[in-house]
Write a protein that binds this ligand. Structure first.
Ligand SMILES: Cc1cc2nc3c(=O)[nH]c(=O)nc-3n(C[C@H](O)[C@H](O)[C@H](O)COP(=O)(O)OP(=O)(O)OC[C@H]3O[C@@H](n4cnc5c(N)ncnc54)[C@H](O)[C@@H]3O)c2cc1C
Length: 455
């Protein structure tokens, strides 16, 4: 049982994206919590980075019914809300991958009701430090104010990517494609190299295509694998109950065999993968360190293309672009880059050995968020690592947390009542960024707090 202060609790949530909003909604139901304040530096309450996207082609990468709802029982809350608000009349499966902003509308609406009820308040400010302040914690805000709380939730989201190694920074290389207006300077007759072939890279390619880019786009990653296409699920298949070998390869072999058997019975492989995803945190926690490292080195890329999938119409559009010569996907590594007056000259060592040269006007880094928290630019994380309030997570990923998502300080002691949600817990649980994973983390903590409140 966690050791928490006596009496009523005041809660601070740092970060107002969906992790912060879902935390506030779950915590507002716990009678012992007297007040909850959400701090967000951008004021993006209930939306955060992913669900503030404005364009209709910024779509969810899962169908609406898989986004879930708010509470444990409410497994199809978002889909139900779409139906209630008259937005669920999609004609085909592809259309059920609704624009991300619509999910943001849903979460923001739920949060707004709770804010109106007075149980939760929001404050637009950055938190730049968290320190111990018995019996809880003291927050320092960028505005200079200090406030103390009994429980603190770090819901900081996905950090911006670090600059791609070996590429000399210039106005022609864009490190953070999600920064507001990041793609705006690209002229429609310019050449673009996208580094990365995952979900962010695909989003950017679609975005540039919709804006009317006339030049072919080149995407590159070590294996050149695009995400695979999604398929509708009729049922959720039973999870694998027994993993014969506790090695990364053993688990993947068992998953492959189980998926093949289910496919013979008519279950699409995609649904087996989704069922498996919910088991990953447990498998990762139990896995020996060497197996986690083997997974990260050898299986991660294969896993990602199965796990992050494309709406059928998006996959079709990518195929069309490739057939029309408007999209090239390369497998290889960038070996050298030289800045030119227009952009960059690049040498690429292709998988298989040949080297090719290309010139581009723009390089876009779509390799995903920085996972090593000693490299990220968030001043709060920097100060917590420097003061010893936090330490880096397993393999340097995120921050170190216990099984209940409570941070460990530099000596490894658990900081009771100081939680991290989502991306920051990747080192401990690995599969942590989808809305469903975030919600599971929050509901487990809320259950624990309910039990602690009754003691
Ligand atoms: C482009 C994209 C598409 C995605 N699509 C899907 C999808 O279809 N389905 C799905 O399930 N998942 C998807 N995801 C996964 C996604 O990461 C999560 O669903 C979700 O966005 C994470 O929410 P969050 O609240 O943890 O982070 P964020 O949305 O990043 O919010 C964190 C917030 O914290 C604030 N903040 C950070 N530091 C501080 C500080 N020190 N002080 C104050 N405020 C601070 C930030 O300003 C930000 O508003 C997608 C992610 C991305 C990036």
């Amino acid at each position: 049982m966690t050791q928490l202060p006596a009496g009523q609790w005041r809660v601070a949530i740092i970060g107002g994206g969906i992790a912060g909003a879902l935390s506030a909604l779950a915590l507002s139901k716990i009678p012992r919590i007297a007040a909850t304040t959400i701090f967000d530096r951008d004021g993006a309450f209930g939306r955060g980075l992913a669900y503030s996207a404005k364009a209709a082609w910024h779509r969810l990468n899962v169908p609406a019914y898989k986004m879930g709802g708010i509470g444990a029982e409410d497994t199809e809350g978002f889909a139900d809300w779409l139906a209630e608000t008259g937005q669920a009349n999609w004609p085909d499966y592809s259309a059920s991958f609704v624009p991300r902003r619509v999910y943001g509308d849903y979460i923001a609406a739920q949060l707004s009701d709770t804010v109106t009820s007075g149980r939760v308040t929001t404050q637009t400010d950055a938190v730049i430090d968290v320190a111990k302040w018995a019996p809880g914690y003291e927050l320092t805000l960028a505005s200079g104010h200090r406030q103390s709380f009994d429980l603190v939730f770090l819901c900081l989201g996905n950090p911006s990517p670090s600059p791609f190694p070996g590429i000399e920074p210039s106005p022609r290389s864009i490190t953070d494609v999600w920064a507001p207006g990041a793609l705006d300077p690209i002229a429609m007759n310019e050449r673009v190299l996208v580094i990365g072939t995952g979900a962010t890279a695909v989003d950017v390619v679609i975005d540039l295509h919709r804006r009317g880019l006339q030049q072919p786009i080149t995407m590159i990653s070590r294996r050149g694998l695009l995400p695979l296409v999604d398929a509708p699920a009729e049922i959720d298949p039973a999870p694998v109950e027994h993993w014969p070998q506790a090695t990364a390869r053993g688990i993947f072999a068992a998953l492959r065999d189980d998926t093949r058997r289910k496919m013979e019975a008519g279950v699409p492989w995609q649904t087996s993968i989704d069922t498996f995803r919910l088991q990953i945190a447990g498998l990762w926690t139990e896995a020996p360190q060497i197996e986690r490292e083997r997974f990260s080195r050898h299986l991660r890329a294969i896993w990602l293309v199965h796990r992050h999938r494309l709406a059928p119409d998006v996959a079709q559009l990518l195929e069309q672009l490739q057939s029309a010569g408007l999209l090239h996907v390369l497998a290889g590594r960038i070996s050298t880059t030289d800045r030119t007056s227009a952009g960059y000259d690049i040498a690429i060592r292709q998988r298989g050995g040949d080297t090719m040269q290309m010139s581009t006007d723009w390089i876009l880094n779509c390799t995903g968020p920085e996972e090593r928290y000693d490299r990220i630019a968030n001043p709060l994380v920097g100060s917590m690592l420097a003061s010893g309030m936090a330490r880096r997570g397993n393999q340097g990923l995120g921050l170190d947390v216990d099984d209940n998502c409570q941070l460990r300080d530099t000596s490894g002691s658990v900081q009771h009542g100081l939680y991290a949600i989502g991306h920051a817990t990747r080192g401990a649980f690995w599969e942590v960024t989808a809305a469903t994973n975030i919600r599971r983390q929050i509901l487990a903590i809320a259950d624990q707090l309910n039990v602690a409140a009754d003691c």
